[in-house]
Design a protein around this ligand. Structure first.
Ligand code: C2E
Ligand code: MG
Ligand code: MG
Length: 725
């Protein structure tokens, strides 16, 4: 092993306390400082040179020549760090000058006085020191060089290993990557493709008889892809990314997400391209399936409402502003009954069959399923509304043929609403609303028909809806008042009671009769607060009459909507109102409809029984228009019935009961009397009708003949006077 230049030969210098050696050491330090080798006052130099000075003294003191030791001294000077050009020179000069003195010192230590050749030895020692110094410097420089070389070598080896590792990593990525990686030249010809890419294109896809990658691109995507590839190959862009379809050799389409990068030479020239290709065929198919699901109905496979609305928006946004568009909304009649009675499975089968038939009947027009049993047919650019009428009629007729589901033959009808407008007159949502409104009218008219949307009718209904919605506010603002219509004893013309009929003094629409708002108020529930107000006001008024006219005062007859009867707190409300007004219960009559008591879902008959027990009169209003079931009359705790005005009209002018309505009225009266019920005839408009009814034994009459509904103030005058004409 190479000896390290660590001064091991002087590893144990004599730490001589010899004053001469010390002095020599200080002079040595000074000499080196004079020679510019040492900074003055460099204290550690004494430490470094002291062993050398001692060794030198010993060397000179020995009689035996020791050239090796002198060389070692030279080497030790290098090892002590004195390597500059002036170090040796200054040291030699000092040793030469001070050697005689040192020799004296040594002589003191030495054994005899053999000093004759000491001066000669000084020369030899200086020569050896010089040689040792030079040798050590050379060794040192060789060592440094070697060390430097070694580190270069190691660096090179590390770099090579890193390169190898990086190439291996790249190889691993290239061969094992799930994505396809391909390297192509600037004409797009594949140079190398990884296994994943081979798998994507099929075994022979890209490698057999290689063709430029652009040849494999789907024709639909080729122009754009080629343009981008050319830009890249020319160095006009560095990278592009896009979804591209490729066509495999077997003709199937491969959906990919592709990123292509340009690789340049060291001097910046385009060299080749690398493409990373991800197979997204499955994702794409899933996307298509989801897209289809989002726009189609699962059961019938027809397009759904979303798709229809998109198409509708498209019709509105394209073409001229005078373009027309037609929409037909179809709703199956009583479909729920089929579902409920035959089960949802049969219902589904029927819907499927209806969807197929409607699609056939609608021809080229878009048919969509918009809801449970609802379909819509979109007709862009219809030649006129007649075209839609014909289409609707064709569908109605076509649906008439029974559907065979399993072993059953099912007949079904539909209600169709038609809306046809110019696109600049309306907007998609409004057109749909119009078709819907028309469909509702068709249904309300009994179904099995089509109705064309009528803006005027719609405006009327819109007002009704708006009115109904504002009923509670109007109650608070005191916009309602009551009119009273006499209920007259037919035998003597005496005033038995009055019916309270509500009126609305509307700030915008003027005086409104109940036909304008009662139905909708019942549907939206606002009949409840309105009914409360009517009852309170009617009872207050009746109590006033009772106070004024005593036993001659008429009872007040108040209409009660089915919804009120179904309200849980209504019964308590009636007793509260009676109590608050102080009106005798016998002075209040409540008019209820057949519907309310027949559909006794909310225990209406119990409520009525309680009311009867309280002494309140109860009568069935508009009898004959509903179910007219005589058997239920027997069970009901009512006092009477009011024969609907339409039968009274049918009595005609004749005094004889020879019209059909006359016969009905006659039998109704006798039947009611058999059940001990009081009979009131509505809409008595003529003296003949009044006479006829009297002859038939009808108890009471109400109608224009006896008096119109009027405010209480006008009615007062007639109280207590016979009114029969
Ligand atoms: P209704 O209870 O059968 O009231 C009788 C209706 O017949 C009244 O119409 C009355 O003005 C009308 N009438 C009276 N005499 C004749 C006549 O000789 N010929 C003809 N053609 N009609 C006559 P009105 O006041 O328009 O009330 C209509 C309906 O509105 C009422 O029918 C009743 O069902 C309902 N209604 C009125 N006020 C109220 C109320 O306060 N609450 C509830 N729930 N319904 C009410
Ligand atoms: Mg009534
Ligand atoms: Mg009535």
């Amino acid at each position: 092993m190479r000896q390290q230049p660590d001064g091991s030969s002087l590893s144990d210098p004599c730490p001589s306390a010899d004053p001469a050696a010390r002095r020599f050491t200080r002079e040595w330090v000074a000499a080196l400082a004079d020679g510019g080798v040492l900074a003055r006052g460099e204290c550690r130099a004494v430490e470094r040179l002291m062993p050398l000075a001692t060794a030198l003294a010993e060397l000179l003191a020995e009689p035996v020549r020791r050239p090796q030791a002198a060389r070692a001294l030279g080497a030790a000077l290098v090892d002590a760090g004195f390597r500059g050009p002036g170090s040796l020179q200054a040291s030699l000069r000092l040793i030469r000058g001070r050697a005689p003195e040192l020799l004296e010192v040594a002589a003191d230590v030495g054994e005899d006085g053999a000093c004759a050749d000491r001066m000669h030895r000084i020369g030899e020692v200086l020569g050896e020191i010089t040689a040792g110094y030079g040798e050590r410097l050379r060794e040192l420089s060789e060592f440094e060089q070697e060390r430097a070389f070694g580190s270069v070598e190691r660096t090179r080896r590390v770099a090579e290993a890193a390169l190898r590792a990086s190439e291996e990593r790249f190889r691993t990525v290239f061969t094992q990557a799930g994505v396809g990686i391909g390297i192509a030249n600037l004409t797009g010809l594949p140079v190398e493709v990884n296994p994943a890419l081979v798998r994507m294109f099929g075994a022979a896809g890209l490698t057999n008889e290689p063709r430029p990658i652009t040849d494999h691109v789907h024709p639909g995507d080729a122009p754009k892809f080629i343009a981008e590839f050319v830009d890249l190959a020319r160095g006009q862009c560095e990278f592009f990314r896009r979804e591209v379809r490729f066509v495999r050799p077997d003709g199937t389409v491969l959906w990919t997400h592709l990123g292509v990068s340009l690789v340049r030479t060291d001097d910046g020239e385009p060299s080749y391209v690398i493409g990373v290709i991800e197979d997204i065929t499955e994702r794409h198919q899933l996307r298509r399936r989801l897209h289809h699901q989002a726009y189609h109905d699962q059961l019938t496979r027809l397009p759904n409402r979303t798709l229809m609305e998109e198409q509708l928006r498209m019709v509105f946004s394209t073409g001229s502003s005078t373009r027309r568009v037609g929409l037909c909304h179809l709703d199956l009649d009583h479909f729920r009954a089929i579902n409920d009675s035959l089960g949802h499975h049969v219902g589904d089968q029927l819907l499927l069959a209806v969807a197929g038939r409607v699609q056939l009947l609608a021809g080229e027009h878009l048919v969509t399923r918009t809801g449970g049993d609802q379909f819509a047919i979109l007709v862009p650019d219809p030649p006129g509304v007649d075209h839609l009428r014909e289409l609707a009629e064709r569908i109605l007729v076509g649906l008439r043929a029974p559907f065979v589901i399993g072993h059953q033959r099912l007949a079904i009808t539909a209600s169709l609403g038609i809306a046809e407008r110019a696109v600049n007159e309306t907007w998609p949502g409004e057109l749909q609303r119009a078709a819907d409104a028309a469909r509702t009218w068709a249904k309300a008219e009994g179904g099995g028909r089509w109705v064309v949307f009528d803006p005027e009718r719609d405006a009327g209904e819109t007002i009704r809806f708006t009115l109904a919605a504002s009923v509670p506010g109007a109650v608070d603002r005191d916009e309602f008042h009551l009119c009273y219509q006499p209920l007259v004893e037919l035998d003597d013309g005496g005033l038995a009671g009055v019916e309270a009929l509500v009126r609305w003094r509307h700030p915008d629409y003027g005086l409104l009769g109940p036909a304008r708002f009662i139905d909708l108020a019942e549907r939206n529930g606002s009949i409840v607060p309105l009914g409360r107000w009517v009852l309170t006001e009617a009872c207050r008024q009746a109590r006033e009459w009772a106070d004024r006219y005593g036993s001659a005062a008429p009872y007040v007859s108040v209409n009660v909507a089915p919804r009120q009867l179904a309200e849980p707190g209504w019964l308590a409300e009636v007793s509260d109102v009676l109590a608050a007004s102080g009106l005798e219960p016998g002075q209040l009559q409540l008019e209820i409809t057949e519907r309310a008591v027949l559909v006794d879902e909310h225990g209406a008959s119990d409520v009525l029984r309680t009311l009867r027990d309280m002494g309140v009169r109860l009568t069935i209003d508009d009898f004959g228009t509903g179910y007219s079931s005589l058997s239920y009359l027997r069970r009901l705790p009512v006092h009477g019935l009011k024969i609907d005005g339409s039968f009274i009209r049918g009595l005609g002018e004749s005094d004889k009961a020879d019209t059909p309505d006359g016969k009905i009225v006659a039998s109704l009266i006798s039947m009611a009397h058999a059940l001990d019920l009081t009979v009131t005839a509505e809409w008595v408009e003529t003296a003949a009708q009044a006479r006829r009814l009297t002859a038939l034994g009808c108890d009471l009459g109400q109608g224009n003949w006896f008096g119109d509904p009027v405010p209480a103030a006008q009615l007062d005058l007639r109280l207590g006077h016979p009114l029969a004409g």
